[in-house]
Unconditional design. Sequence first.
Lengths: 110, 114
Amino acid sequence: GQSLEQPSEVTAVEGAIVQINCTYQTSGFYGLSWYQQHDGGAPTFLSYNGLDGLEETGRFSSFLSRSDSYGYLLLQELQMKDSASYFCAVRGEGFNKFYFGSGTKLNVKP
Amino acid sequence: ETGVTQSPTHLIKTRGQQVTLRCSSQSGHNTVSWYQQALGQGPQFIFQYYREEENGRGNFPPRFSGLQFPNYSSELNVNALELDDSALYLCASSLGGGGTGELFFGEGSRLTVL
């Protein structure tokens, strides 16, 4: 089975940096993705880590440590539009089968 | 490039009825996955289709079934609807065989079961 843990809610101010952690227990692991979902919208892809280390995409970075079954998403220079839910998702065996966490609701305040 | 489209966007059914949801995958994508997202929760993997064959299934009962067509579009069918089936149903397309691990989601079909 698959089990993912992430904080339910995080609040930060505009311009700040926030880190959203994700720990997982899975029967098979092939990578960790992060998705953003605004209320009423579709999840949109942010980042993917297939190997240990840091991946950087603009203001967003993602980190993976397979030995610790742990990853995080780092959001820098927070903007109001970053207020959304963020999901980590483990890639399981097979083609792009992903198992999602319950999500972290990020509230960005002025 | 055409994105993932789903229909209908909203629908209301009563307990015991059957429903069919439809998905057109992104151009060039041969893999379609279906997810159920309850309010305030993350998407839960239902099943995946690759080149018209089911290629993996999550923890959902057999009354959840699907199809993928030669043009890679897909259907999700749910029989004997229960109140707990009320959720947003998301379709995601991708290119099978690995890659960046990116799923392209549609806007979803919101099902309400009364």
